[in-house]
Design a protein around this ligand. Sequence first.
Ligand code: ADP
Length: 196
Amino acid sequence: MNTKEFPIGKTRICLIQGDLTDMETDAIVNAANPSLMGGGGVDGAIHRKGGPKILEECKHIRATEWRNGLPTGKAVITSGGNLKARHVIHTVGPVWQGGNRGEPELLAEAYKNSLRLAVSEKLKTIAFPSISTGAYGYPIREASRIATETVKDFLEKVDKLETVVFVLFSAHDFEIYRKVAKEVFGFSISDEDSAA
Ligand code: ADP
């Protein structure tokens, strides 16, 4: 399996090429849509594998806390149903509209609010997909920089997580994240790719 690790304070940052729904972290993050009723991409995969309990909890959230849907950049938490991860943090990334409609700030908010929620729930390990870069069309180079810089900024202020994982579905996406992460986090622990 394609894997890379970077230390940031006490936290380990991992890049993995694989399937988010296989992660055994305390939480995985869902790139949801405002309805919280499931969808395509990673959202569909989470609900398929996690079973109906997650959807029931999402329906409860919609009936109580977020009647008009979860706004872009916000995050909520449910159990992980049948997943190996105990929790799913559902966040809504921005739809790419050219980049001048607040997309960078909203994407950073989605990561930040997911991390805040993990810390407030006393979770230690969390795994992210590449939010917004599928159906929502966010260019992955720009998105990967925001994802990694936002996580770095957060961990420099809040030193409470053990592991943050970025799970990239394709080798292409993994390669883009690997290059950006090396710039943002510094050299990787293993320096087998230092000549790359
Ligand atoms: P969004 O609507 O936020 O763009 P998508 O689910 O369409 O969300 O895509 C986000 C990213 O998640 C894409 O890079 C897509 O390839 C990836 N993805 C889809 N399924 C999985 C999965 N099971 N594990 C990890 N990443 C996935």
